[in-house]
Design a protein around this ligand. Structure first.
Ligand code: GLN
Length: 282
C-alpha cells in the first residue's frame, strides 16, 4: 500500500470515530509507524509500504479510534519545547499549564521550588531546565508517576537538580522549624469536580488517570489542603501558585486571601480564561 492510501483509509477510520483533529493524528500515526515525518508525507505519497508495516499501522489506527490518546500511543508529548515521556500513569502535559510555568520562571532564580503533584514531572523539569532555581523538589502520591518523572528528568538532563519525593501531599516533605523551606510552591493538582468527569472527552475520561484528574468538594479539595498546609513549608514572602479550572479563580483566590496570602492574582490563559492563581505569603 502507498502512503497516500494509508492516509486516506486511516483518516476515514478516525473520522468515523469522531477523533478530534483526525487528519493531524493520522499523519502523526504514519510518522510513528513508518518513520516518515509529517512534513515529508506529501512528497512521499507514492512510496510503497510493506505489509507488516501496514498491518501495524492499521492496528494503531484502530487503537486511536477507540479514543485512546495519541500521546500514550507515541509515548511522548512536547511541553515548553521539551520532550516528556508519558504513559497511562500520568496526565499528558497540557499547553494550558505552560502559563503557570512561564510565571514560575519569572520568580524562580536561585530559589527553592516545590512542585506538588508532579505527575510526568513537566512543571518541575521545565523549571529546572529552563530556569535557574537553586533546587527543585517534586512530589507525587503515585510511585508509577514518580518513575515517569525521574525518567523525564534524566532525558532532559536535570536529574541532579531535582529531588523526587513519594508523598501524599506534604506528608513526607520535611519542614524546617523556623522559616520554612521553599521560596515557591507550585501545583497543578487534580481539579475536576466528580459531576464534570462524565462530560470530558473520551480520551481524558476513559484513559487518563483518574487520580490526576478528579477532586472532591467541587474540584477544590486539593487547593484547600495545599493552601492550608503550605504556609508551614514556605519561607516568609514565599509564593504559592496554582493552575486552576477556568471557573475556580474566585474560589481559590478567596481561599488564599483568607489563609493570609497577599497580592493574590488570577491570571488568564491565551483563550482569555482564568487559568492561574498566585499569591505571596505575608
Ligand atoms: N503536574 C502535572 C501536570 O501539570 C500533573 C498534574 C496532575 O496530575 N494533576 O501535567
Amino acid at each position: 500500500m502507498k502512503i497516500r492510501e494509508l492516509y486516506e483509509k486511516g483518516l476515514a477510520i478516525l473520522e468515523k470515530s469522531d477523533v478530534p483533529d483526525s487528519s493531524i493524528d493520522t499523519k502523526y500515526i504514519i510518522e510513528y509507524i513508518t518513520g516518515i515525518s509529517t512534513t515529508r508525507q506529501m512528497l512521499e505519497a507514492d512510496r510503497d509500504v510493506d505489509e507488516d508495516t501496514c498491518s501495524k499501522y492499521f492496528e494503531t489506527i484502530d487503537k486511536r479510534a477507540t479514543r485512546y490518546p495519541l500521546q500514550y500511543i507515541t509515548g511522548e508529548q512536547e511541553f515548553m519545547g521539551l520532550i516528556f515521556k508519558v504513559n497511562e500513569h500520568v496526565l499528558i502535559p497540557r499547553q494550558d499549564t505552560e502559563i503557570l510555568v512561564a510565571r514560575a520562571l519569572e520568580v524562580c532564580e536561585n530559589k527553592r521550588v516545590l512542585d506538588m503533584c508532579t505527575g510526568s514531572g513537566c512543571i518541575a523539569i521545565s523549571i529546572a531546565s529552563l530556569g535557574k532555581p537553586e533546587k527543585v523538589s517534586a512530589v507525587d502520591i503515585s510511585p508509577e508517576a514518580i518513575e515517569v518523572a525521574k525518567n523525564n528528568a534524566k532525558i532532559n538532563n536535570v536529574s541532579d537538580k531535582i529531588i523526587f519525593i513519594l508523598s501524599d501531599l506534604f506528608d513526607k516533605v520535611e519542614k524546617e522549624e523556623d522559616d520554612g523551606r521553599f521560596d515557591v510552591i507550585i501545583s497543578n493538582p487534580p481539579y475536576i469536580a466528580h459531576d464534570t468527569v462524565a462530560t470530558l472527552m473520551p480520551e481524558v475520561r476513559d484513559y487518563e488517570p483518574n487520580l490526576a484528574l478528579e477532586a472532591d468538594n467541587e474540584g477544590l479539595f486539593f487547593y484547600e489542603k495545599i493552601i492550608k498546609e503550605s504556609p508551614d513549608y514556605l519561607k516568609k514572602e514565599g509564593m504559592l501558585m496554582f493552575e486552576i479550572g477556568y471557573e475556580q479563580g474566585k474560589a481559590v483566590a478567596d481561599m488564599m486571601t483568607n489563609a493570609g496570602f497577599t497580592q493574590v492574582q488570577v491570571v488568564k490563559d491565551y483563550a482569555g480564561l482564568d487559568r492561574v492563581v498566585c499569591g505571596k505569603l505575608f
